[in-house]
Ligand binder design. Structure first.
Ligand code: FAD
Length: 380
């Protein structure tokens, strides 16, 4: 891809930081499942946590391409680091920029710009994952304008650390498009209760928790966007954010591929390096073609969205997320094969990469759901 000089400088700076600060510690963070405080500090200092906050609100600005570059480069070191980079995008920056009032932007965006605020987005419930509209959490408006929120969420990334959580709740009983709303809630509000930590396969160090809302009272001005229009807002925000999931998968897959090429040149069997066997070369060739296609797709789509043309947003966001995350699963799985037993060993990073790659096929809409979105649009 041809990036502007400014983007090349961003890419090179983040790559250098990743090599020094992230990659050497990725295995330990995975093993210990410890929150990476040092990564948060260094990324905050570089302005990588707060990208997308416009300059008028004290942020560095930036566009989707820039955010994807940061996501890709940090994921070369660790998917956890990549999840931390720009972590406020989905729960705070995009919702406020697209649906927030000026007062909400003034209140939260400058705080996000200083790089210290952490946020989480709470949609999923034990019986409502892909089917967001099946949520049971309710927000009931009181005579004084406050809302009382009651319910439960699960799998919420960063819930333990979040200063604010974007909570989706039913505000009526009719169709979801008119009866789900979203609220930006202070996690210190009485009635906000953290549940158990989810035990999971990968992306360790990025904790996931249940959250309970026990008759939690929140002021009326925590409502983001119009009352009842939270479902459409949620879908829009997810579409705008999806290429960033693809970008993190691309970085992960690129790292697995680079290690595979190097290993093929070093590892010997039957008196030759394994890279001299056509069977290995074909694997590398397939991996390289898929990565090349994924990279062009991702940044081509970023370019279209950054140009302001959102006419195809839903379909291209689904295509990009689904295709690139599938490529990452294929490439990391092949990388494990190329490394043989070492691929399966915790002494090498390949098994972590393969575990982490699986996650991105599931979150922000499963790839089955994205195929459904694309397929429906094709026959509509
Ligand atoms: C590590 C991690 C982090 C997460 N972080 C967050 C977070 O921060 N905030 C948040 O709100 N949620 C979060 N989630 C939840 C995630 O978004 C959901 O797990 C995801 O949307 C899928 O929902 P589900 O697990 O309930 O699967 P289900 O909806 O139960 O789906 C089960 C299977 O059925 C398939 N399926 C369902 N419906 C259809 C259909 N119509 N057609 C074809 N196939 C279908 C799915 O593709 C899947 O294969 C996280 C999950 C994980 C694992």
């Amino acid at each position: 891809m041809r990036f502007s000089e400014e983007k090349v400088a961003l890419r090179d700076a983040v790559r250098k930081m990743t090599e020094k600060e992230i990659t050497p510690f990725a295995a330990e963070i995975d093993e210990s499942d410890r929150f990476p405080e040092a990564w948060k500090k260094v990324m905050g200092e570089m302005g990588l946590l707060q990208m997308w906050v416009p300059e008028e609100y004290g942020g560095p600005g930036g566009d989707l391409t820039g955010v994807c570059i940061v996501k890709e480069e940090t994921a070369r070191g660790s998917l956890t680091a990549s999840a931390l980079a720009c972590n406020n995008s989905i729960a705070l920056i995009l919702p406020l920029l697209h649906f927030g009032t000026e007062a909400q932007k003034q209140k939260y965006l400058p705080r996000s710009a200083c790089g210290e605020l952490m946020t989480a987005v709470a949609m999923t419930e034990p019986h409502a994952g892909s089917d967001v509209s099946g949520m049971k959490t309710r927000a009931v408006q009181q005579a004084n304008g406050d809302y009382v929120i009651t319910g439960q969420k699960c799998w919420i990334t960063w819930a333990e650390r979040a200063d604010y959580v974007l909570v989706f709740a039913k505000t009526g009983d009719g169709p979801p498009h008119e009866n789900i709303s979203c609220f930006l809630v202070d996690s210190k509000t009485p009635g906000f209760r953290l549940g158990r930590k989810e035990r999971k396969m990968g992306r360790n160090g990025a904790p996931n928790h249940e959250i309970f809302f026990d008759d939690m009272v929140v002021p009326g001005d925590t409502l983001v966007g119009e009352l009842g229009k939270g479902f459409s807002a949620c879908m829009r925000i997810l579409d705008l954010n999806r290429p960033t999931i693809a970008a993190s998968s691309l970085g992960l897959a690129q790292a697995a591929f680079d290690l595979s090429v190097a290993y093929c040149k070093e590892r010997r069997a039957f008196g030759k390096t394994i890279g001299q066997f056509q069977g290995m070369q074909f694997k590398l060739a397939d991996m390289a073609m898929k990565l090349e296609a994924a990279r062009h797709m991702l940044y081509g789509i970023c370019d279209e969205i950054d140009s302001g043309d959102l006419s195809r947003l839903q379909v291209i966001a689904s295509m990009c997320k689904c295709y690139v995350t599938d490529v990452a699963m294929e490439v990391t799985t092949e990388a494990v094969s190329i490394f043989g037993a070492n691929g399966y060993s915790k002494e090498y990073p390949l098994e972590r990469m393969m575990r982490d790659a699986k996650l991105n096929q599931i979150i922000e809409g499963t790839n089955e759901i994205h195929r459904m979105v694309i397929g429906r649009a094709l026959v509509r």
